[in-house]
Design a protein. Structure first.
Length: 204
């Protein structure tokens, strides 16, 4: 892509580094910014820079935060003895959008994946174990990806906390609503059968 300005080209190249943004989309975004007021564009840039510079991670659960403790962990209205273990911050946002969970979270920062060079020591697992011990957690809910890496991570953490008197559960897995049964993989279908529900509970 030949551009008439090196400044324009540099800006396009930076936008194109974002996930899901190709060169054409990046160019469209840059040209849009060129049409905006200089002060608005400056504020846009300063907001991004300030976010990256000043944002913190909660010392308790590793969610993003404006302070040392995030707004979820500091909320006295939430069940502080219920922990939902997730892989990343996007998962926290996804679960929060359902407005169906009133506990707290623990962000692992990934899942165990030896093929990708990710081991237990690179994740926030020891801090989770220490937290469960210290806070007398009543239940841990695993909301990890339903694959081998996710199951390996669950198994590893379960072994680390099995001596503690807390309930350990995982989110339900099965056939998605509106999905075709014939296209479901064998593992998903098997779990759907294992975790079947009474009809009266299912239709509520």
């Amino acid at each position: 892509m030949q551009l008439p300005s090196s400044l324009l080209e540099n800006a396009v190249n930076q936008f194109a580094k974002l996930p899901g943004i190709g060169k054409k989309t990046a160019l469209r975004l840059v040209l849009h910014l060129l049409k905006q007021d200089v002060n608005d564009v400056q504020f846009f840039g300063e907001t991004i820079a300030k976010m990256r510079r000043d944002i913190r991670f909660c010392q308790r659960c590793f969610n993003v935060s404006d302070g040392d403790i995030c707004s979820i962990c500091s909320n006295s209205m939430r069940n502080q003895r219920l922990i939902c273990v997730v892989e990343n911050i996007r998962d926290v946002i996804a679960i929060e959008s359902t407005q169906q969970f009133n506990g707290t979270y623990h962000v692992l920062g990934g899942i165990i994946s030896p093929l990708d060079g990710v081991g237990p020591d690179q994740l926030n697992i020891e801090s989770l174990v220490a937290r469960v011990e210290k806070e007398q957690t009543e239940e841990i809910i695993f909301a990890l990806s339903p694959n081998i890496q996710g199951d390996t991570t669950i198994y590893y953490i379960q072994k680390k906390v099995h001596h503690l008197p807390c309930k350990i559960t995982t989110i339900a897995r099965g056939i998605a609503f509106g999905g075709e049964l014939e296209y479901a993989d064998e593992m998903t279908l098997a779990r759907s059968l294992t975790n079947r529900l009474p009809v009266q509970q299912y239709v509520k």
